[in-house]
Unconditional design. Structure first.
Length: 245
């Protein structure tokens, strides 16, 4: 939620700058996460990492560093895959069932005065960027981000993104019970300073997709904290469905 004194941003307005506070893990289409008990051995070049494995490590929660500035690309997403049939309904997502069946509440979030996304402090809650696509939209990226952990709350549900594989199912539910299921098509690790190389994260164009972002190691305090971002893309397996009646 926007901080006190922050300028309100209307729904579906596209974010242009990103910077975050030091405490916990503030996300602006990118999260700098503490990996806690998991640290996958993955490429940092932005390539697909669906087959990468996770390596257990001793949880050592750390504060997140500040984020960075990025400009989204409005030229459109790649590919022309068929769009699921429309229900005529759209909604902000209000919950997200993760691949491990943990249900995470989702809150609509805007940006603060510094341009940072106001992701909920509670690591059990995710933030949906209200400048992005909504549940049931026929195009665009529905971006949902969350803290992976914090020094006071430990490891959170979004840690599942660090090891999820292709085909894993995530189900978003909106207002009035509108529901849509997505299957993971790609998991990438992107260097924090290379986010502009993956504009599909932000794009309002292209096929409909769920984009989930959290951060990934290594953690380097001298360089500002976590150096990489885990970006998971999931595509609809069917249309958004509303309850009967």
């Amino acid at each position: 939620m926007p901080r006190a004194g922050a300028t309100a941003h209307p729904v579906r307005r596209w974010l242009t700058t990103y910077a975050g506070p030091l405490l916990g893990l503030t996300v602006v289409t990118a999260l700098l996460v503490n990996l806690g008990a998991q640290q996958p051995r993955e490429s940092t070049s932005g390539s697909a990492v669906g087959s990468a494995s996770a390596e257990p490590a001793t949880p050592t929660p750390r504060p997140a560093p500040k984020l960075f500035t990025v400009t989204p690309d409005f030229s459109g997403g790649a590919g022309t895959a068929a769009v699921p049939a429309l229900t005529g309904q759209t909604s902000p997502p209000v919950t997200l069932r993760l691949a491990n069946d943990v249900v995470v509440p989702v809150r609509a979030v805007g940006t603060g005065a510094d341009g940072s996304l106001d992701v909920p402090d509670d690591i059990r809650v995710a933030g949906w960027w209200q400048g992005g696509a909504r549940l049931g939209d026929p195009f665009g990226s529905m971006l949902i981000a969350a803290h992976v952990d914090s020094r006071t709350q430990g490891l959170g549900p979004y840690s599942v993104l660090l090891s999820v594989g292709p085909g894993a199912r995530f189900t978003a539910t909106g207002e009035r019970g509108l529901t849509q299921t997505f299957a993971v098509s790609e998991r990438r690790v992107v260097a924090r300073d290379k986010l502009d190389t993956v504009p599909d994260i932000f794009s309002p164009r292209g096929k409909p997709r769920l984009t989930m972002v959290t951060c990934a190691g290594p953690y380097d305090r001298s360089r500002g904290g976590y150096q990489n971002l885990a970006v998971v893309t999931a595509e609809p397996v069917g249309p958004a469905v509303a309850p009967a009646g």
